[in-house]
Structures are given as C-alpha cells and as structure tokens.
Design a binder for this molecule. Structure first.
Ligand code: CDP
Ligand code: MG
Length: 157
C-alpha cells in the first residue's frame, strides 16, 4: 500500500464554537476526504489544557493560551487519512493568522494568534500522544465505500 495513513487530533477552539463556524470548519476537512474517527463537544479542564500545551509552559503566551482554550466548549476531533497530519496542518495555515495564506482556515477566518480557531497535531509522535490524551476511550475504526474513490485503495480500477 503506497498510502501513509495517519490519525491526527484537531481541536476546534472556543472561538470556532462561539462564532458558530465549527460545522463549517469540520466540513472543509470532510470535503477534503478525511474520515472522522472520533468527535466530541467538551469543556476543557485546566488540567487537560496544561497537559496538552505543556510544550509551551513558560512561554509568554502560555497562561493566556491555557485560559483561552478552557474558557468555553471546544469540538475535539480525530481525523484519519493518507498523510492526515501534514494535510490538516496545511489546511489550518500558519500559527499567526496574518502570515496564514488565503485558502487556509486561519488565512480565511482569523486575525490574531489567540483567536486562530484550530489546533492540529504537528507530527506523528504528538498526534499519538494527543489522541490518547483527548480520547482515552479510543477512536472508531471503519471504512466508507467512497474511500476507494479518494485513496490509493482500489485504484487503479
Ligand atoms: O497551533 P500551532 O501549532 O500552529 O502553534 P503553536 O506554536 O503550537 O502554539 C500554540 C498556540 O499558542 C497557537 O495556536 C496560538 O493560539 C498560541 N500562540 C500565540 O498566541 N502566540 C504565539 N506567539 C505563539 C502561539
Ligand atoms: Mg502546535
């Protein structure tokens, strides 16, 4: 199989839910062909926020980041597909929205770093750690009939 099928964690942050564009953002990933392997609306505890963003502890924006992501509910999602980690990062765009290209989520919808709408895992190791942290109950494995029209599976034919 030539595909590098991966899972990645996406969090539609409080600003996405409050602005009522969570569905619109999820639709972009679905339309791209990525499969939803887990999905939950949830409030983020301070403990979860601190663990999730531990890599940023001590940085000037850390306290604001932890407060911001736990201020209001988020939609946590696991997406799955060929090269899902890089595909999702590219769709999300640069961290600082003024540097994010048009056509990316941040480049189309966001203005400032603390209101940049989406978290997405940045590497296979962080994806595995984050998925286990946010979905300790595990994710759902299944296939869709349409898969063979969007992936190498079943092609050429
Ligand atoms: O989310 P991403 O992986 O693109 O960026 P990060 O470097 O992992 O930082 C995590 C989050 O911290 C960002 O998404 C921003 O919300 C916030 N941040 C910020 O407000 N100001 C910065 N200079 C860097 C990050
Ligand atoms: Mg990051």
């Amino acid at each position: 199989m030539s595909e590098n099928v991966q899972r990645t964690l996406v969090v539609l942050k409080p600003d996405a839910v409050q602005r009522a564009i969570a569905g619109e953002l999820l639709a972009r990933f679905e339309r791209r062909g990525l499969r939803i392997a887990a999905l939950r609306l949830m409030r983020v505890s301070r403990a979860l926020a601190e663990t999730h963003y531990a890599v940023h502890a001590g940085k000037f924006f850390y306290d604001d980041l932890v407060k911001t992501i736990s201020a209001s509910p988020v939609v946590a999602i696991v997406l799955e597909g060929p090269n899902a980690i890089a595909v999702v990062r590219a769709m999300v765009g640069a961290t600082r929205p003024h540097e994010a290209a048009p056509g990316t989520i941040r480049g189309d919808y966001a203005l400032v770093g603390l209101r940049n709408l989406v978290h997405a895992s940045d590497a296979p190791e962080t994806a595995a750690t984050e998925i286990a942290l946010w979905f300790p109950e595990g994710v759902v494995s299944y296939t869709r009939d349409v898969e063979r029209w969007m992936t190498d599976e079943g092609a050429p034919a």
